[in-house]
Design a protein around this ligand. Structure first.
Ligand code: B12
Ligand code: SF4
Length: 446
């Protein structure tokens, strides 16, 4: 079977950037780069078939003037004539995923279209558009493999666990839920980055001249912050990679001097990470590592942070979320604001650059902005991000505030737009969030 796997483009909606003061704009995130690891895992599951892989994000970075999405997909359909087209979907890219599948079906009404990924797992009921044939609600890439194999041999798909079937806009629920899948441990599939060669020159972080790639050492998260999609996606489970499998993967990454761990939280299990970095040193693997570390973890393990710094940890991304303990409690963050300050000191003592991220609730007024600005100024980090607390569908927070949501345009669900009523005038709100991006130590951007 011929399978076309497409990574949708990014949503351009960014009201923080749009309304930010001009001098803050250079520091505001415009795009994140990186390999779509989920789609690469799907490709690995069907590697005995003919797979055509297409990264629209990379393509538009490579050629900003490339054809509009619909025509880009038509061209791919004409060139490859796939039997199946698959897309990976996060909330803000939902509309583009549909556009891809519509264009594919317009070109070939017989093609089978499949949606998967985070949004398909958390909100499968959203996929009523007739252009979507199948929706995979589950982590297990073998469901996709089974779709391909059964389609090839004309067998029914009805009893496939986790598979929603769309018949002319009516969604049939799966007869069985997908079984849990240890995609990090025994069921791990090695992503084949050679599928991304065309776009490698676009995978750069900030001003770094070398390409970077993502590697995950775990899936899921043992914490349950109310606004976060990640633990819901994995039903609260946390799966850890095998050390030797990680070493094997790292050894294939000669093209990528910068390795960004894609984990929700890289440091959860101290003995695992100690052993991993012992092996990295033993193998002489030299990389600049970037990872997400919780402040409270760093506070309790300063020696481990020092060890990681010696082994190449250069940048830490730390979800500060708030400067107020009562907000952190509300988010179920299970940490306190003072831990952020202590952690920053530990990272900086070890020569690690910190990117701290605050989330701004839509209800912030002038006094709240002033208090946050004053705090962030006193506790500057090299890079700082200030995004908007967003009720991502499928999260606890979404359930808490769904009646207050005023904007249901999914393209805006990327943390850069308020989708809830703001206390301030919406333009002033986004402008004030934008102005916060100036409060940091460095002049660089990541
Ligand atoms: C790597 C990553 C990226 C990469 C690659 C994503 C891509 N598709 O291009 C990049 C850097 C481009 C990216 C960008 C963004 N991301 Co991102 N990203 C991640 C990250 C860190 C890891 C995802 C991952 O690789 N997981 C491992 C793989 C194996 O899992 P998976 O993708 O879920 O895939 C499995 C299944 O879902 C399924 N599957 C996936 N695709 C498909 C397709 C088919 C056909 C099938 C059948 C199955 C299937 O099978 C896979 C194997 O089990 C997560 C956070 C996290 N730790 O999970 C955030 C995350 C997914 N990102 C998120 C967001 C919001 C964004 C941005 C919008 C952020 C922003 N503000 O700009 C941007 C979008 C573009 C932009 N503005 O630049 C959110 C999504 C929330 C939501 N509800 O939508 C997350 C959860 C982070 C968070 N803090 O909440 N991201
Ligand atoms: S915000 Fe971070 S710590 Fe909290 S649940 Fe999500 S990934 Fe885990």
């Amino acid at each position: 079977m011929k399978i076309l796997l497409v990574n949708p483009p990014r949503s351009p909606e960014n009201n923080i950037l749009k309304y930010a003061p001009v001098e803050a704009r250079p520091f505001i995130h415009k795009k994140l780069i990186g390999p779509p690891l989920g789609l690469l895992t799907i490709a690995a599951a069907v590697k005995d078939h003919e797979v055509i892989f297409f990264d629209c994000k990379g393509e538009y970075d490579l050629h900003p003037e490339a054809l509009p999405l619909r025509f880009m997909i038509r061209e791919l359909m004409e060139k490859h004539h796939p039997h199946v087209v698959g897309v990976t979907v996060i909330t803000s890219e939902f509309d583009f995923a549909l556009e891809i599948l519509r264009a594919a079906r317009e070109k070939d009404p017989e093609v089978i279209t499949v949606a998967g990924g985070l949004h398909a797992i958390l909100c499968p009921e959203d996929f009523t558009d007739p252009s979507v044939n199948l929706v995979v609600q589950g982590q297990n890439p073998m469901i996709f493999r089974e779709i391909i194999n059964r389609t090839e041999t004309n067998q029914s798909l009805k009893d496939l666990p986790g598979l929603w079937i769309n018949t002319g806009g009516k969604l049939l629920r799966p007869l069985k839920n997908a079984t849990s899948w240890d995609g990090a441990g025994e069921n791990f599939l090695m992503p084949d980055r050679s599928l991304l060669k065309r776009w490698i020159s676009t995978y750069h972080v900030g001003g770094n001249p070398y390409p970077s790639t993502y590697v995950f050492t775990s899936l899921g998260c043992p914490y349950q912050c109310t606004f976060c999609s990640i633990w819901s996606q994995h039903q609260g489970k946390y799966y850890q990679r095998r050390i030797e499998s990680l070493i094997e993967e790292l050894k294939t990454l000669d093209d990528y001097p910068v390795v960004r761990f894609a984990d929700a939280n890289t440091l959860v299990n101290e003995s695992f990470i100690t052993e991993l970095f012992d092996r990295i040193e033993e193998e002489g693997i030299k990389k600049d590592f970037v990872m997400d570390i919780r402040a409270d973890f760093a506070v309790h393990r300063p020696n481990l942070i020092a060890k990681l710094a010696r082994a190449g940890l250069k940048v830490v991304i730390c979800g500060f979320e708030s400067f107020r303990d009562e907000e952190l409690r509300k988010y179920n963050k299970k940490s306190v604001a003072s831990a952020n300050q202590t952690a920053v000191k530990i990272f900086e003592q070890n020569g690690i650059m910190v990117r701290g991220n605050y989330v701004i609730p839509s209800g912030y007024g002038v006094d709240d902005f002033a208090a946050l600005a004053e705090y962030a100024d006193r506790n500057r980090v090299v890079y700082a991000g200030y995004t908007i607390l967003t009720p991502m569908p499928g999260t606890v927070f979404y359930g808490q505030v769904k009646d207050q949501i005023i904007d249901h345009d999914y393209r805006k669900y990327n943390f850069f737009n308020s989708v809830m009523q703001t206390r301030l005038d919406p333009v002033e709100f986004h402008e004030r969030v934008g102005a916060l991006w100036l409060i940091k130590k460095g002049t660089d951007v990541i």
